[in-house]
Design a protein around this ligand. Sequence first.
Ligand code: FAD
Length: 404
Amino acid sequence: MAMRLDVTVAVVGAGPVGASLACRLAESGIATAVIDRAPLPPMEHPDFDGRAYAIASGSRPLLDAGGVWPRLPFPACPILGIRVTDGRLGRPASRLSLGFDVREAGSDAPFGWMVEARSLRMALNARMEELPDLSVFAPAEARVERSEAGARITLTDGTEIAARLVVAAEGRRSPLARAARIPFTRFSYGQEAIVTAIAHERPHENVALEHFLPAGPFAQLPMSATEGAEHVSAIVWTEEARLADSLFALDDGRFGAEIARRLGGHLGAVRPLGRRFRYPIGAMLAHRYTDVRMVLAGDAAHGIHPIAGQGLNLGFRDAITLAELMEEAAASGADPGAPALLRRYQRARRADNLLMLAATDGLERLFSNNIAPLRLARDLGIAAVDRMPRLKRFFIRQATGTAL
Ligand SMILES: Cc1cc2nc3c(=O)[nH]c(=O)nc-3n(C[C@H](O)[C@H](O)[C@H](O)COP(=O)(O)OP(=O)(O)OC[C@H]3O[C@@H](n4cnc5c(N)ncnc54)[C@H](O)[C@@H]3O)c2cc1C
């Protein structure tokens, strides 16, 4: 016989945003269902996703409160410094660089932690299994019907779920957003991100490097040691899409040499580790985040350039705001899908997401060119910001999500 279930919140999409939100809600005693159309265990495989996330210090409370952080199977690597340089391919970077150090932020707490996507996925899967107030359906296709009175979700096996609120967290090109006819603004950068890991001769000292090159930003992100490699970093290398094919196809020796050429010599000799992955790059923003008994969260609502490693962090901030509103409604007995409450969510999140989209887009356009006077102006700008402690503290608060 088909199963029937009554929940407060149904989250469609068990990606990092949907699954983290579901854990946090269930941990607070809010009956929650999460549905993903893909099976979850294959997402733990090293070949599924090569990304490593920079998880900002402001995002960690979500993972702590959901009981996810203690389940991470591999150690997260703290980020204690960030260096930004205006790069010159094959030549030394400009000597005018911008450096951030945790001590400048007035504490010893890391800016954030580098966590492998696979590690986060394993922790989420393990935690979701343990929570009595959480029902997980994956793989399952969901048919969602919504009205002022409530939402009904019918799964492929006939399971019926009644919910007060549906959260669309299916990532970019959300079918639920499309069905609700929510308009989006989208733009492409004509770039791809090549993602891989490297072993290197010298320690990274927990410093992340963002090297702006004309074809796009090149990031080296500190990772914890692995078996067989003491000094390890993740690489997010943004390239013009038309060049990505040939760079991706290089043998390990030449691929490593191209990475070393972009990195500069500060880490000594480098050696590529494991597989390479590639991701198309674009940005998008939903014109509204709400519809009848539904909200959008994470990449379903907004997608940004990975230049500052903030996309998932924005999604985590959506989840934090939503969880707080749901907890407030549960405590006061209010309807968690009431239009006024959904409007509060949109007001709280849209401005923050738009600001980050504009900032990352502006940075990308400012640095992705080789025009000499502009290069000089931005080098001088970088050096000037480096000498302004208050402005630097402002940037730190934005990047770590502690400004809210
Ligand atoms: C190269 C690169 C590097 C990045 N690095 C960082 C970083 O360092 N820090 C950071 O904060 N962000 C980073 N990001 C951004 C980050 O990857 C995304 O913001 C994040 O993955 C979004 O998570 P999500 O859960 O919203 O969506 P997704 O990760 O896309 O998950 C969506 C989930 O929904 C499921 N789904 C899809 N359709 C349906 C459906 N119809 N029904 C049910 N389920 C469905 C999918 O199977 C999936 O499990 C990076 C992005 C790129 C491309």
